[in-house]
Structures are given as structure tokens and as C-alpha cells.
Write a protein that binds this ligand. Structure first.
Ligand SMILES: *Cc1c(COP(=O)(O)O)cnc(C)c1O
Length: 449
């Protein structure tokens, strides 16, 4: 089989998968997972025919996919893949560009530059900011925190790039006590040590209480949150960022999904004042519904990010706006291309409509669940509904029955010491009938499980 036939085969399978996504189980059944054992084969000396490789992938792994690209998956905030974003990614895959800089890949560099400008525009962030298209909010958050540390040290006359970390003035970090685990991960990689990080106390909604914010100074990085994973809540940016600025601190905002609320006239009030921060992270692969891996590190001072992320070499130099000088990657896929395609196709109104529809779906489900005796724990300001049954055991039973149903899927969590489950709305494919099906399933199970 030649290359074009093989690609056609893959495209055909991909098309069939997409065509069947609506009817697919939200989560693979036990048999499909057991069958994954068939992938356990010895590595051969001479290799095997390409077509059989594709067929095995499709019949075994493809049978055990989680239908997060479908309409009835309500776990985490995964988002589906918009048709145009998925199609653009497919085309870019054929191009196989090494999108380090404009020299190495002028075409996709230009697409990413345009995407960067639209991202700043739609999120109403400072137009001079750098936008780095990284693999994930994890990697992008890490990059921003690294930039923050180097910049705060530079203001103290310490050159982090030359002199490093050892013997440097102390840089402190303040995060919300419900900060995302990947911020913890970034801090542990960067060497801050979780024990040294100061926690800001949050209220019942998971928002930092401004009056209780630990003291800040010009050697502090303050990390705020747009969209808490359980409640979908936002820190109160205006007073917190004012405090940060007055102290000379660096303020970073983790807005992996929540920052997209800013694209909606109806929800933007949740993010009021967020543009006063120094850096932000957000994902395309969650709420914007682009494929993986697509995320953004946004830094008001482009040089602060470019200095610490620089990877110019004698054989590979480039300008400060080259993506290899803004992201963790050197050789890299042009991750901004699917974002460009999504924004161009949706426009401002399309993004706003998607975000607002998910918000309305969350509010509808919360209202229905309250009526039938479930305990809805949050105010549903965004796309998250945090729920319990009548007690802890009932909550666990409900979760298990839902997850094993295959019809819909959402995940469990622990909120204020007790089990709960989180229902998230983030797939562009989710329509009214899917939301009604979700409510019907939960009504049948009932709050007693
Ligand atoms: C998902 C998430 C992250 C991590 O994003 P990845 O793209 O999965 O690395 C960080 N913060 C919040 C609030 C998130 O929801």
C-alpha cells in the first residue's frame, strides 16, 4: 500500500469515527479495556505492514477511546475538537513544519502571529504582550512563572540567566489554597518547594479572600485563578491585582478554561480587572475546542518571557518573537494553527455563543438537579456544576452508576472534605437533547443513588 492509499485509509477511519461520535459510549466498556492486551506484542525485527498497524490501532485502541470529542462527555473541562480546528490540524500535519521561527517555517509562523494578535484581541489583554503557543497550560504556566522569577530578580539587579538561582535574592510565591495541581507541579519543577509556598485562604466558592491575602512585596509572585476546577469561580482580580501592583509583585493568572469567559459580553464581568496582571495562561484544547496540544502563555512584557526562554544558538538564531524563544520547545509543531482556524471561523460572536451556551446548560442542569433533590454546591457562575447526593455514600453510588452507564460520563472530586461530582459543559457538540438525557439519567438514579 502506498503512502497516499494509507493516508486515505486513515482519513476514512477518522471520518467514520467522527460520523459515529454521537452514538458512541461516553466511556469504553470493560471488554474494550481488556482487549487492549492485544497491543502487547513483541517488537519485530523486520517490521509489519503499515496497513495492519493502522487496522490494529483502530480496532483495539480505537475501541477504547473516551468519547470526549462527543456531546455526552461532561468530565473535567476537556472540550471537543471544532471541525475547522481538527481539519486545520490535519492539514498542518501533512506540512510537518518545524515551527521554531519564521526562518524555519515562514507560513505557519505567520499563522501563529495572526492567532496571537486575535487571542489578545478577543481576551482583551494588552496588545504588546507575547503569546507563546505551548503544549499545555501546565507548560505555559511554568514558562510564565519562570519569566516572573527572572524579571523580579532582574529588578533587584540579579541576572538569573547568567547567575542562576543559587545565592539569588529570595523570591516568594503566594497561591490560592485551591490552586490547580499543575501550578503545584510548575512550582516543584522550578525549585520553589511546595512547603515554601504561601497559601491564600479562599471562601466557600473557592475565591481568595482579598482581606486575608498574605503580605506581598516586590519579591513575590502572586498566582490567581480564572475558573476554579470544581466551582468554575474566579478570584476577585481587581482588588487582588491592585494589591499586587502596589507591592511591586508579579501577578500571574491561571485561566486554563475560565479566561474564555472574557470573550462573552454576558460573562466578562467575572474577569474584571484581569488585564492588570503581568502574565496569563489559557488553553485552546479545553474551552476553545481545539485539538491537543494547544495552550498559550501570555506575557505583558514580551522580553521577560523571551529572555528566560531563549534558545538561540550559533546554528539557529532568531528574533525574540520566535516561538522557540517563548515556549519550552525548540523543534515544535505550530500549535497556534488550530487556534487561528477556530478564531477565524467562529469570530467573536461564535466564541461568545459557545461559552454562553455552556453556561446556560450548566445553569439548566443545576436547576433541574436541585428540583429533584440533589445537592448543588456551587453558584454556577460558569460551566461547572458541583453536586452531591443525599450523603457521601449516595454520592459515590451515583458516580459509579453514571460512569458505568456508558451513556454519559463525569468525574468525582472532593470538595471541602467530602466526595462530590463535577459536571462540566465544554463540548461544542452538546445540545439541548444531550443535556436533557443527562438530567433524565440522574433523575432515574436519584439523589439516594
Ligand atoms: C486543566 C487546567 C490546568 C492545566 O492545563 P493543561 O493544559 O491540562 O496542562 C491548569 N489550571 C486549570 C485551572 C485547569 O483547569
Amino acid at each position: 500500500m502506498n503512502e497516499l492509499e494509507l493516508l486515505q485509509q486513515a482519513d476514512g477511519l477518522a471520518r467514520d469515527y467522527t460520523a459515529g461520535i454521537e452514538g458512541r459510549a461516553a466511556y469504553p466498556n470493560a471488554q474494550a479495556i481488556e482487549d487492549l492486551g492485544q497491543l502487547n506484542e513483541p517488537l519485530t525485527q523486520k517490521g509489519l505492514p503499515a496497513l495492519t498497524t493502522l487496522e490494529l490501532m483502530n480496532s483495539v485502541a480505537g475501541n477504547a477511546t473516551v468519547a470526549s470529542n462527543g456531546p455526552r462527555y461532561f468530565g473535567f473541562v476537556l472540550g471537543a475538537s471544532l471541525p475547522v480546528a481538527a481539519a486545520a490540524d490535519r492539514l498542518a500535519l501533512a506540512w510537518d513544519q518545524c515551527a521554531s521561527s519564521s526562518d524555519s517555517a515562514p507560513g505557519v509562523h505567520a499563522l501563529e502571529k495572526q492567532a496571537a494578535s486575535w487571542v489578545l484581541d478577543i481576551l482583551k489583554l494588552p496588545a504588546e504582550s507575547a503569546v507563546a503557543f505551548g503544549t499545555s497550560a501546565t507548560a505555559c504556566g511554568l514558562s510564565c512563572i519562570a519569566a516572573a522569577r527572572a524579571e523580579l530578580l532582574a529588578r533587584k539587579g540579579w541576572d538569573f540567566v547568567e547567575d542562576g538561582w543559587i545565592g539569588a535574592p529570595e523570591i516568594r510565591v503566594v497561591v490560592s489554597d485551591v490552586t490547580h495541581v499543575t501550578i503545584k507541579k510548575a512550582l516543584q519543577i522550578l525549585g520553589f518547594g511546595w512547603r515554601n509556598v504561601r497559601l491564600a485562604e479562599t471562601d466557600d466558592n473557592g475565591r481568595i479572600i482579598p482581606e486575608k491575602l498574605p503580605e506581598l512585596d516586590d519579591q513575590t509572585i502572586l498566582i490567581l485563578q480564572a475558573g476554579e476546577v470544581n466551582t468554575g469561580e474566579f478570584d476577585r482580580f481587581q482588588p487582588l491585582i491592585d494589591q499586587g501592583q502596589a507591592a511591586g509583585a508579579w501577578v500571574h493568572v491561571d485561566g486554563a478554561f475560565g479566561l474564555w469567559a472574557r470573550a462573552s459580553g454576558q460573562l466578562a464581568h467575572l474577569t474584571e480587572g484581569v488585564d492588570g496582571a503581568d502574565s496569563w495562561t489559557t488553553d485552546g484544547h479545553k474551552w476553545l475546542n481545539t485539538p491537543y496540544d494547544s495552550a498559550m502563555a501570555i506575557c505583558r512584557d514580551p522580553n521577560a518571557l523571551a529572555r528566560v526562554m531563549n534558545s538561540d544558538a550559533v546554528y539557529s538564531s532568531a528574533s525574540a518573537d520566535s516561538q522557540k524563544n517563548l515556549t519550552l520547545e525548540f523543534s515544535r509543531k505550530a500549535r497556534g494553527v488550530s487556534i487561528w482556524a477556530a478564531l477565524r471561523t467562529l469570530g467573536r460572536e461564535g466564541v461568545a455563543a459557545m461559552v454562553e451556551r455552556h453556561h446556560a446548560q450548566a445553569q439548566f442542569v443545576a436547576g433541574q438537579l436541585r428540583k429533584i433533590g440533589f445537592n448543588v454546591l456551587n453558584r454556577v457562575v460558569l460551566n461547572q456544576v458541583l453536586v452531591r447526593g443525599v450523603d457521601d455514600d449516595a454520592t459515590k453510588r451515583i458516580l459509579e452508576r453514571v460512569q458505568s452507564s456508558g451513556r454519559v460520563w463525569f468525574g468525582g472530586t472532593v470538595w471541602q472534605g467530602h466526595p462530590a461530582f463535577r459536571i462540566s459543559f465544554s463540548s461544542f457538540r452538546t445540545e439541548e437533547r444531550h443535556v436533557e438525557e443527562l438530567v433524565e439519567i440522574l433523575a432515574t438514579i436519584g439523589p439516594n443513588g
